[in-house]
Design a protein around this ligand. Structure first.
Ligand SMILES: Cc1ncc(COP(=O)(O)O)c(C=O)c1O
Length: 394
């Protein structure tokens, strides 16, 4: 098969390979998922809304629509960006995308040439990194601490890297670590990047899943030069299968994204865009988000409590204020990928953290998901995992 040369750079996701490895062992308690809890999709409301929408505007919902997106959805997002994020934008700043994953793919296509440098947090969301790979960039990781991206490291990388073209960041409850950047880090980040001709892709799928602490402004709200491409999504607050998300960016960027989409998929799904508007107008999404926050907070707190009880003291872990993940750091001599087989045999699974690094990552880290696991399984699974770790660490 003679694929294009670019296809040599497209790699199968290492995370999916681990998930397949786990799926082949039924009965294992899995902390390896990267999904919202399906039990929290507002299924009854969506069923009712679907029936009503099809009865009222069925032919329109099943027709072609505009590439940029469904007008009422765009208008609603102008208001939502203002109310929720303090971002003053207009229709010219928006394009609807099929998940924020398409926003990542479009950003990579728009900004990355072969040999350009893409900067990402160390670790980062593999889907963001993989979206860039076909275009042949060099990846550079910038370290993170408990306050977010380390600014001294970012300054050094920017100073030493003339071809730095794009920075990909997840300032809220990052996948995979669950960390959120402090306000100081956000402000300092914007001060630094505004001195460079570089695009920032701010991926914010978890921003509304804050269950502790106070809301912090997004980078886009501090963007005075049109450098930030903000990616929002309904996947984690409504349902990922609807594939409704958006880009909020400088008008030239939103227009370019629209032009690219024309050749890619013509438009996003008209029906699910209309459904999203219908749901937001007729149902109480804020109450629904509060329910998601409370459910995830309880699961996260329970997991943290059980970790404190059962893991050896040498295992460090994050204490997230939102999102879906806790990040573990084992003693340096341990290899999380090698330990996974032992954990699966004992009845528990996780994702080794090394797969979330653009380049080689440390072997002793782990991503733990708490959104798709029952209380009973959290209690049982963390004890089992603690026993596996205790065999190898103090
Ligand atoms: C950081 C991050 N960005 C983007 C996505 C993709 O989300 P969407 O369903 O909006 O495409 C995910 C999905 O888990 C994610 O974790």
């Amino acid at each position: 098969m003679s694929f294009s040369l670019r296809m040599d750079r497209v790699k199968a996701s290492a995370i999916r390979a681990v998930q397949k490895r786990i799926a082949s062992k039924p009965g294992v308690i899995s902390f390896a998922a990267g999904l919202p809890d399906p039990a929290l999709y507002p299924l009854a409301d969506i069923t009712e809304a679907t029936d009503r929408l099809l009865a009222q505007e069925g032919r329109k919902a099943l027709s072609y629509g505009l590439t940029k997106g469904y007008g009422p959805l765009l208008e609603l997002l102008v208001q939502r960006m203002k109310d929720k994020e303090g971002v003053e934008c207009g229709l010219e700043n928006l394009t609807i995308t099929s998940g924020s994953q398409q926003g990542l793919a479009l950003s990579a296509m728009m900004f990355v040439d072969e040999g350009d440098v893409v900067i990402a947090e160390n670790p980062s969301y593999l889907g963001g990194i993989n979206a860039c790979r076909p275009y042949g960039p060099v990846f550079m990781g910038v370290d993170t601490d408990e306050d977010g991206m380390v600014m001294e490291d970012l300054e050094r990388v920017l100073r030493e890297t003339p071809r730095a073209k794009m920075i990909y960041v997840i300032p809220n409850f990052q996948n995979p670590t669950g960390k959120a950047w402090t306000l100081e880090r956000r402000k300092r980040f914007m001060e630094i990047v505004s001195q460079y001709d570089i695009m920032v892709v701010e991926d914010n799928p978890y921003g509304e899943i804050r269950f502790k602490g106070e809301h912090l402004p997004c980078l886009k709200s501090m963007d005075t030069k049109g450098q930030v491409v903000y990616l929002g999504s309904f996947s984690k607050i409504l349902s990922p299968g609807l594939r409704v998300a958006w880009i909020c960016a400088a008008p030239e960027v939103a227009a370019m994204a629209e032009r690219l989409k024309e050749g890619m998929d013509l438009q996003c799904n008209e029906f699910t865009q209309m459904m999203t508007v219908y749901y937001l107008q007729k149902y109480d999404i804020e109450a629904h988000i509060r329910h998601i926050q409370a459910t995830y907070k309880a699961r996260c707190d329970l997991m943290l409590e059980q970790i404190a009880k059962h893991f050896p003291a040498s295992v460090k872990y994050t204490n997230p204020e939102g999102g879906m993940f806790i990040w573990l750091e084992l003693p340096e001599n341990l290899n999380a990928d090698e330990l996974l087989d032992e954990a699966i045999d004992a009845g528990v699974a996780y994702i080794p953290g090394e797969f979330f690094y653009a380049n080689n990552g440390p072997k002793n880290t782990i991503r733990m998901n708490f959104t798709t696991v029952s209380d009973e399984d959290i209690i049982k699974g963390i004890e089992i995992l603690g026993n596996v770790f205790k065999k190898h660490a103090q």
